[in-house]
Design a protein around this ligand. Structure first.
Ligand code: F0G
Length: 354
């Protein structure tokens, strides 16, 4: 039985004797070594941390288990979040497991169908906000200030505490921190959490070094890179369509203390990485997750020498979250046949004769 993060990393989390040991088997996700992409782009060792293997299909479950356990401990009966989709799916899942009411605010028409269907299936109240994610988060913060509910967005410090455990797992698997960590950046909670985790592990000598943090925003939603909020953020990677990240300043700290960078990748670069990951590695992620790999490819093409580097890319969410993008990018049209082996053989053609 998977023990979950509260048991496994309780010593590093803000637990008390009264914190319920909630678990849905989150964490302990695979760190898979690249078979082809690493070689193609001249990288010493390239790994993918498959956070889509968490119970609700994204990295959000790591922070959510801590935030929801603390909400239960505080005696709250309702949790609330704003979300581009994954936080709402995770909150709804853990809210259901904990027997709490879950209310989620999502930007109308801007979240992927898989994520919306999760929140609905888990029984959350879903309120579509006429505005973008940033507007929905403002509403959520205002409600949390006025009512006796737990806000479970990453502005809740318990979320960051839970999410930092992914850095611990990477160190345990590799034996030390990698040279570089490539990660998508939206509301900037995750890059903040990883940096906290790596620093804590280094300061109590579980790691001998710190990685450079390499964050990537989508070009049309890159407030941190541009240096100002974006009023109308755009990108195919709807999970990171965010114009005014809540953890902006701590993302800058992670970048600067680690000697890393936060840069942009275009939607075309994101989709190229998304296709390469699926077709060369067998890893199906959602578009936002591919921003980490798009970042590696961009740096490598730009002349950075990674030939003796160990690199980890965070694959933040499962591809099934956003199936419409996969279908739109199909490399051949879907074909049809009657139920007749001869006819199917004729359609498949040369590949059957090898
Ligand atoms: N990747 C995925 C799949 C995400 O869902 C998110 C954020 C990120 C990357 C970026 O992480 O916000 O910590 O910088 N999704 C949030 C949500 C905003 O509401 O689900 P971040």
């Amino acid at each position: 039985m998977s023990e979950g993060l509260l048991k496994r990393y309780g010593d590093y989390l803000p637990l008390t004797a009264d914190t319920p040991m909630l678990s849905m088997g989150e964490g302990d996700t695979p760190l898979v070594e690249s078979r082809r992409l690493g070689k193609q782009f001249g990288i010493g060792r390239l790994f993918f941390k498959l956070e889509g293997c968490n119970p609700s299909g994204s990295f959000k479950d790591r922070g959510m288990v801590v935030a929801v356990a603390k909400a239960m401990e505080a005696g709250h009966t309702t949790i609330l979040c704003a979300s581009t989709g994954n936080t709402s799916a995770s909150a709804a899942a853990y809210g259901a497991a904990a027997g709490l009411e879950t209310v989620v605010l999502v930007p109308a028409g801007q979240i992927a169908e898989g994520k919306l269907s999760q929140a609905v299936a888990y029984g959350a109240r879903v309120i579509k906000i006429d505005g973008n994610f940033d507007a929905a988060l403002n509403v959520a913060r205002e409600l949390a200030d006025s009512y006796n509910i737990s806000l479970v967005n990453s502005v809740n410090p318990h979320r960051i505490e839970g999410q930092k455990t992914a850095a611990f797992e990477i160190i345990e698997t590799l034996g030390d921190a990698p040279d570089n960590l490539f990660i998508p950046v939206g509301n900037a909670g995750n890059i903040t959490a990883y940096w906290k985790g790596f620093k804590e592990a280094e300061s109590d000598e579980r790691a001998s070094r710190l990685p450079q943090m390499m964050g990537f925003q989508a070009e049309g939603s890159a407030p941190i890179v541009k240096g100002h909020p974006i009023a109308d953020p755009q990108t195919i990677a709807s999970a990171i369509r965010i114009g005014n990240p809540a953890s902006w300043s701590s993302a800058l700290v992670a970048r600067d203390e680690s000697g890393g960078s936060i840069d942009t990748v275009s939607d075309d670069e994101i989709l190229e990485a998304y296709k390469l990951l699926a077709r060369m590695e067998g890893i199906f992620c959602e578009p936002a997750s591919a921003a980490s790999v798009a970042g590696v490819i961009k740096c490598s093409r730009g002349g950075m020498d990674f030939s003796s580097s160990t690199i980890v890319c965070i694959i933040t969410g499962n591809g099934l979250k956003d199936p419409s993008v996969a279908l739109a990018l199909a490399s051949h049209p879907l074909e049809e046949s009657s139920a007749d082996a001869q006819i199917v053989a004729g359609i498949v053609g040369a590949q059957l004769k090898q």
